[in-house]
Design a protein around this ligand. Structure first.
Ligand code: GDP
Ligand code: IMO
Ligand code: MG
Length: 425
């Protein structure tokens, strides 16, 4: 934690790096946890005391008592899904209303945004993005084109505004020949969600956060998705529709760039991706399947199989640069426990030439150059201190730190809160 500053924790790969788990682990060090972008496309998994929770829009600081959790202006919120998520937490005894603040400026995902998401995907044919179908792209499109509905709108003449927006969406759906849908049930659940949302602390979160900061409180910003899914710097067009990078924390919460302190970049000890798009180190062989099986690589929200491959240091160097990462966090190290050798992509080659920088296009004609390292072939899931790390794992860490020029501060060796090793120094 850096005093008087706001720390940021975000994914460096294609999402699902384990952000939820680590935010939960770090929460005791902070007073406030704030989500700054994305929406229910996220699925952040937390495991403790034998229980497992998947959070989508609610920040992962909600389980460590007494902390303020904020859903920032950069988030897109689906009231029906939010209600389902919040009620499940309430049922399991976690009081939300007193410690969750929601920005008045966060945009709403309407039922018709989800239909538009499906319609745009089907219009794309073979070049589908493979979205989560949660209406993320259309909701952000409406925000940027100044057609959006915000949380702050739900208090005043809302039905009329809603109908007006829905009518516009239906015209677009007709133009896309997407006409076979029945909105009645989802719309009812959505309106219930809107009503439920009215009972929460709806605030100008940029003011709240800056006041908290001035009063000496510490803030951790929680990213969703990952840098390679960033709308500007990710593998466009196979990306999400928000800025998932550190700069997104500034715009998604109203925090000045000079207030940013530590930037924690999370990566897996290997790499995964869900949905379409390029993935230079993807493995289509039995090693890829082994990674998927050992790492239980299936989407937390959609249940889709995640594509698996070796760690990509070229993409990681790029992500570290774009985000100004100060510390790395390496997740799922235990998944590699049984491998006799491990590979890491240290460079990209195109037409026999090594590329100096991460290229504009990673979709065509990229050959990863691998370095092979010995595996540790030791079960690490029960380790409690870095002194117990097997020598080959220590060597893997040293190699990554040297290649990435950034210290690895935390190592995760299992899904449980307790299976986390914070390194010295
Ligand atoms: P997020 O979206 O970045 O929060 O990550 P997800 O929750 O979508 O995916 C991470 C998955 O890996 C979840 O199922 C976690 O429970 C699990 N996980 C997190 N850290 C570890 C780890 O160190 N080892 C193993 N085996 N699983 C982990
Ligand atoms: P967390 O926060 C992994 C992917 C989708 C698709 C692309 C666009 O759990 O890491 P969208 O629905 O956002 O328009 O889909 O982005 N995607 C994710 N992949 N983890 C996520 O979130 C993701 N959120 C979106 O699979 O390829
Ligand atoms: Mg996830």
């Amino acid at each position: 934690m850096s005093k008087g500053k706001v720390d940021v924790l975000l994914g460096l790969q294609w999402g699902d790096e384990g952000k939820g788990k680590v935010v939960d682990v770090l929460t005791p060090e902070y007073d406030v946890i704030a989500r700054f972008q994305g929406g229910p496309n996220a699925g952040h998994t937390l495991e403790f005391n034998g229980e497992k929770y998947v959070l989508r829009s609610i920040p992962s600081g909600i389980f460590q008592g007494g902390k303020v959790n904020v859903i920032g202006n950069g988030v897109v919120l689906a009231p029906d899904l939010f209600m389902a998520e919040a009620q499940e937490l309430e049922r399991s005894g976690h009081d939300l209303k007193s410690r969750l603040y929601i920005s008045r400026k966060a945009h709403l995902i309407m039922p018709t945004h989800r239909l538009l998401d499906a319609a745009y995907e089907s219009a794309k044919g073979a070049s589908k993005v493979g979205t989560t179908g949660k209406g993320i792209g259309p909701a952000y499109t409406d925000k940027v084109s100044r057609n959006g509905l915000r949380v702050g709108d739900i208090f005043d003449g809302f039905e009329e505004k809603y109908t007006q927006h829905k009518t516009q969406h239906e015209a677009i759906l007709r133009s896309l020949n997407y006409t076979h849908y029945d909105l009645s049930q989802t719309e009812q659940a959505w309106m219930k969600g809107v009503n439920y949302l009215r009972g929460f602390n709806i605030v100008d979160s940029e003011h709240e956060l800056n006041h908290l900061l001035q009063n000496g409180k510490s803030i951790l910003c929680e990213g969703a998705q990952g840098t390679m899914l960033d709308v500007d710097f990710g593998s466009y067009p196979f990306v999400t529709s928000s800025n998932t990078i550190t700069a997104g924390a500034c715009s998604g919460l109203g925090i000045g760039p000079n207030k940013i302190g530590n930037v924690y970049g999370i990566m897996k000890a290997y790499c995964t991706r869900v949905g379409s798009g390029p993935f230079p180190t993807e493995l289509f062989d039995k090693t890829g399947k082994q990674l998927r099986d050992l790492g239980h690589e299936y989407g937390a929200v959609t249940g889709r199989e995640r594509r698996c491959g070796w760690i990509d240091l070229v993409a990681l160097r790029y992500a570290i640069m774009i985000n100004g990462v100060t510390h790395l966090i390496m997740m799922k190290s235990d998944v590699l426990d049984g491998f006799s050798t491990i590979k890491a992509c240290i460079a990209y080659q195109r037409d026999g030439k090594i590329l100096d920088d991460f290229p504009y296009d990673i979709e065509h004609n990229i050959q990863p150059v691998y370095k092979e390292l010995p595996g540790w072939q030791t079960d690490m899931t029960g380790l409690t201190s870095e002194d117990q790390f097997p020598a080959a794992f220590k060597a893997y860490i040293d190699f990554l730190e040297e290649e990435l020029k950034t210290p690895i501060k935390i190592v995760s060796i299992g899904p449980d809160r307790k299976q986390t090793i914070v390194r010295k120094g």
